[in-house]
Design a protein around this ligand. Structure first.
Ligand code: FAD
Length: 363
């Protein structure tokens, strides 16, 4: 959407942009947390694509079954589309089959899963809450920590926190590895709230009958309510189209070029050198838009993918922290500037959502 918007702003009707998505609406990843904890309604968070109207852009609701990156041809359930430039932005699919038991388990990473948990939570009165991740990489590394902190807040508000335990099984060594300061703040918040954090461990199996999760070190964690985070992979169709290596589309991180001429890939489906998060997908899309605008105008092509992003982190109680992450400026390691959680930061996050709602959907 950002790429199409920028192309439309630059060229209007002078070029043809075709945007294909199998869905009829968009929703922010973070909406799923709000839906799970009853802070928003699943119907309200959906932004319908029919409101995405930009000069020069055709939005088609079709399902892609094959991408031919050499011919730059895309086959869908409705036909084929050929292009001079192709940008793959198909995201990552949840790989439920990668973790035995996960397809029957409760999860909050799809809108349907978050809605289901939102319906279950009000009847949960005591016991063990277990949040566990199927493996790295996964979408939005801070989201499981946010779920733990928001769960603490939710149970406290209902007066049942002391009757419950919250455990977070996490596949990385720290909650936000690119920003040690943010990790320290999150670990302190877990300790203050009596949330058990188990780092560097992946969930290997879920047994929904016995209500327990087995980790990669063999330890077994029983639960009363389970908040699963499924493993991911780039859509299988991209693998079948010969575009992936080790599960994702390889790209040059600074230019987002694939190994196929005039074919770019951005976001969760690509290995673009940043975490799997919407803010980085958007930043990469902006970089490709700048490149395409320059190429179409026969101007010098800028190398613009900066690998920077702002992540808002829900600490519960309406307080939000922020970390500004920069992946490429320092060649040795990413850097992150941490902003303490505050109620005032909510306005910042709301502006983040509303500015994009207005820019893309006119809403
Ligand atoms: C609980 C949760 C909280 C999150 N919070 C944040 C956050 O606070 N900040 C943040 O930056 N990120 C967050 N994220 C992550 C964010 O949602 C994703 O990283 C982001 O959506 C990735 O963008 P993308 O464009 O690469 O892929 P997607 O947003 O997944 O878009 C891919 C699109 O491709 C379409 N598609 C896929 N296959 C096909 C096909 N075969 N044919 C046609 N269309 C197809 C899909 O319908 C989809 O619309 C969160 C995620 C979750 C689950």
């Amino acid at each position: 959407m950002e790429l199409s918007t920028m192309l439309s702003e630059a060229f209007g009707d002078a070029i043809e942009v075709t945007l294909i998505d199998k869905n009829d609406s968009f929703y922010f990843g973070f909406s799923k947390l709000d839906v799970m904890f009853g802070l928003d309604n699943p119907d309200k968070v959906r932004l319908p694509y029919k409101k995405f109207v930009k000069p020069g852009v055709r939005l088609l609701q079709e399902t892609i079954s094959r991408v031919d990156p050499v011919a730059k041809r895309v086959t869908t359930d409705r036909g084929t589309h050929e292009a001079d430039f192709l940008v793959i932005a198909l995201g990552a699919d949840y790989d439920f089959a990668a973790t035995p038991g996960m397809s029957e388990a409760t999860e909050f990473y799809t809108l349907e899963g978050a809605t289901r948990l939102g319906e279950m939570l009000p009847s949960f009165t005591h016991g063990r809450v277990l949040i566990a991740v199927g493996g790295a990489p996964f979408k939005c590394p801070p989201a499981p920590s946010e779920a733990a902190l928001m769960m603490h807040e939710y149970l406290t508000r209902r007066g049942i926190r002391s009757a419950c335990e919250i455990t977070l099984i996490f596949p990385l060594e720290a909650p936000t590895p690119p920003s040690p300061e943010t990790s320290r703040a999150l670990l302190a918040a877990f300790a203050e709230r009596n949330i058990t954090f188990v780092p560097d461990r992946e969930m290997r199996k879920v047994d929904t009958q016995r209500r327990e999760v087995t980790l990669d070190d063999g330890r077994v964690f029983p639960y009363d309510i389970f908040l699963g985070v499924p493993a991911i992979r780039a859509p299988k169709m991209l693998e079948e189209s010969g575009m992936t290596e080790d599960g994702y589309v390889p790209v040059k991180p600074k230019t987002l070029e694939t190994r196929f001429p005039d074919v770019y890939a951005v976001g969760d489906c690509a290995r673009q050198g940043t975490p799997k998060a919407g803010i980085f997908a958007e930043g990469a899309a902006r970089a490709v838009a700048r490149t395409l605008i320059a190429r179409l105008r026969n101007e010098e092509v800028p190398v613009t993918h900066e690998g920077k992003g702002v992540c808002y982190i829900e600490f519960g109680g309406g307080r939000i922290g922020r970390v500004d992450i920069d992946f490429f400026s320092n060649p040795d390691h990413p850097t992150g500037i941490y902003h303490e959680p505050s109620v005032a930061m909510r306005a910042d996050k709301e502006h983040f959502g509303s500015s994009r709602r207005a820019r893309w959907f006119g809403l």
